[in-house]
Design a binder for this molecule. Structure first.
Ligand code: 3PG
Ligand code: MG
Length: 429
């Protein structure tokens, strides 16, 4: 299916003021520095296109969740500075997105110039999808271009209501994201392997259901796997888990069993894990092999392994998938035509003592290497956004994948087959 909404090429932008909705919700360090500028990078093609075609460009975005109040720690000012560097064009910044100062700055903006407005979410009307607020924003420009793929799963003033006030079209990033992700779901090169990690099952329930119905393999890792393991009756010590999601986990396991009865399908939960009693670079780790018991047997040979060897102790946490599970998942990737990956397999934020990869990031790194052809086969790779992107960026691997989405929730909803309000609201071709 190809994109059915008006895109940049369908509108005349010469001499026009174009309001671009970007998703510059970038992670900031404690010092307020941008720690990952992938979303800014990916917004550049649309901006270049508009500038080259004679438009004056006004950009709006949100950052964080200031909940309708001005919060200097969530100002887009650092983004203005970074964008200016990356775009190679002066970027003027106004400390509000509506009102007199925004209006004056927009008024005098000339073709080829760029203006970035302050955080939309400093106004409660943004998330309330307020029509009057959308009208105020719209009054700054002649045309609206939606390019904030990461936020189009929200029906907000700058994603939905705004389209009632201005002729609207999709930007290049939005069109590319929607096309790419939709094509992977609808016509994947098979076998299709999905590797899903991260924290909460509740956040990914619809995508798990969808993937169980279309993929050939669904492998689960990360903290989410702990909840699944708990649902199967495994003792997981003090591992991070969402106790209230256990019934959901049981439902998903049943759904996977039903699918297996219908066709050739694998639903894989980790059979071993890296555990420690605390989360830090110096913590002592060990491998617990609750699924096959092979590792404990080999380690203890010729003695009988001690009784705790295949169990997660009460004071231990599962922090990564173990080598057996990593190898199993990497093995399925050797047969794959397409891999969809969303979410880390373990705790990837903990820095390593002597290596850049932390003690509990090996599982995630192994899966990433498998996807990128380290063990022979190199399938088409689609990486869902959110935290996974930060990890991939730190490893310097973003360009190695076929597609790394700028969207977290938006890419999950699209994968699950949901309509996105910010896309639906745009004019058709
Ligand atoms: C994101 O990073 O998920 C998007 O920018 C949307 O932000 P939100 O989840 O706060 O709506
Ligand atoms: Mg989000």
């Amino acid at each position: 299916m190809s994109f059915t909404k008006k895109s940049l090429q369908d509108v005349e932008v010469k001499g026009k003021k174009v309001l671009v909705r970007a998703d510059y919700n970038v992670p900031l360090s404690d010092k307020g520095e941008i720690s990952d500028d992938y979303r800014i990078q990916q917004s550049l093609p649309t901006l270049h296109y508009l500038l080259q075609h004679g438009a004056a460009v006004i950009i709006c975005s949100h950052l964080g969740r200031p909940e309708g109040k001005t919060n200097p720690a969530e100002s887009l000012f650092p983004v203005a500075k970074r964008l200016q560097k990356m775009l190679g064009v002066d970027v003027e910044f106004v400390p509000d997105c509506v009102g007199e100062r925004a209006e004056k700055a927009a008024e005098k903006l000339q073709p080829g110039q760029v203006l970035l407005l302050e955080n939309l979410r400093f106004h409660p009307e943004e998330e309330a999808n307020d029509d009057q607020f959308a009208g105020q924003l719209a009054s700054l420009a002649d045309i609206f271009v939606q390019d904030g793929f990461g936020v189009v799963h929200r029906a907000h003033a700058s994603t939905e209501a705004i389209t009632k006030h201005l002729p609207s079209a999709a930007g290049l990033l939005l069109e590319h994201e929607v096309d790419t992700i939709t094509n992977v779901v609808e016509t994947p090169k098979r076998p299709l392997v999905a590797v899903i990690g991260g924290a909460k099952i509740a956040d990914k329930i619809e995508v798990l259901q969808k993937l169980i119905s279309i993929a050939d393999v669904v492998a689960v890792g990360g903290a989410m796997a702990n909840t699944f393991l708990q649902a199967t009756g495994l003792r997981i010590g003090k591992s991070k888990t969402e106790a209230e999601d256990v019934p959901l986990a049981k439902e998903i396991i049943e759904l996977a069993h039903a699918e297996k009865a219908k066709r050739s399908f694998v639903f894989y939960l980790p059979q071993d894990g890296v555990v420690a009693s605390r989360v830090d670079s110096h913590a002592k780790t060990r491998i617990v092999d609750w699924g096959t018991h092979a590792i404990a047997d080999i380690e203890a040979y010729p003695r009988r392994p001690d009784r705790e060897a295949s169990k997660v102790a009460e004071d231990e946490m599962i922090l990564d998938i173990g080598p057996f599970s990593g190898a199993f998942i990497a093995g399925t990737i050797q047969l794959a035509g397409t891999v969809i990956w969303n979410g880390a397999m373990g705790v990837t934020e903990t820095k390593g003592v002597q290596s850049p990869v932390g003690p509990t990031a090996h599982g995630t790194e192994l899966i990433m290497e498998a996807m990128l052809g380290e063990f022979g086969n190199r399938p088409y790779s689609l990486v869902g956004g959110g935290d996974t992107v930060g990890f991939v960026e730190n490893c310097g691997m973003v360009k190695s994948f076929n597609h790394v989405s700028t969207g977290g929730g938006a890419s999950l909803e699209l994968l699950a087959g949901r309509k996105l309000p910010g896309v639906e609201a745009l004019e058709g071709k």
